[in-house]
Design a protein around this ligand. Structure first.
Ligand code: 5GP
Length: 171
């Protein structure tokens, strides 16, 4: 669906845009494990402002391809975020349920600013309104893998984004 070259070009653009917006500030990039790890690695290196990294893990799909709506923090941040410029790095925004919960939780810790960058945004799919300032690509409502995104923990290392053939997960 999206080639290695297309991803790399868009990530460089996002890095430049975010760096311009945060000129003179230090950004704390908060990645949501595990899917966003690959995007975080490339995005952070495309940024020219000072960057710090922290990680959260929340429960997500497991090995199913449908959103459960159940969000649980499995690993919290190591850093305090009060008064800091926090940018949440997500792999894909689907129903928005995960992010809605996360943003509410992070906002209660009183960061100086709180924004979201997502690599992929599923068109017409958001069930809850999310203010997502930076988005890499809009994608149709299909189950995608690669560039950090998995199916049952596989395919995360593909350098491109592809659509999983339904025969790979249906009986
Ligand atoms: P949401 O709460 O927005 O429905 O789901 C967000 C999370 O679900 C993402 O961070 C990702 O882990 C997972 N997810 C949603 N859509 C897809 C998809 O098409 N492919 C993969 N591999 N994961 C997805």
């Amino acid at each position: 669906m999206i080639s290695d070259e297309q991803i790399q070009a868009r990530v460089r653009e996002l890095g430049a845009q975010i760096s311009a917006d945060y000129e003179g500030k230090t950004v704390l990039l908060v990645a949501v494990l595990r899917g966003a790890a690959i995007f975080l690695a490339d995005l952070s290196r495309a940024m020219t402002v000072p960057v710090e990294l922290d990680f959260m893990a929340v429960s997500s799909y497991g090995s199913s391809t449908k959103s459960s709506g159940v969000v649980r923090i499995l690993k919290d941040l190591d850093e305090q975020i009060e008064g800091r410029h926090v940018l949440v790095v997500e792999d894909i925004l689907d129903t928005g349920l995960t992010l809605k919960y996360l943003l509410k939780n992070l906002a209660s810790r009183k960061p100086a600013s709180l924004e979201v960058v997502t690599l992929l945004n599923k068109e017409g799919k958001q069930r809850v309104p999310i203010s997502c300032k930076y988005s890499g690509f809009s994608v149709p409502d299909e189950f995608v893998v690669g560039y950090g995104l998995d199916f049952a923990e596989r395919y995360r290392n593909l350098p491109y984004i592809g659509v999983l053939r339904p025969s790979a997960y249906q009986d």
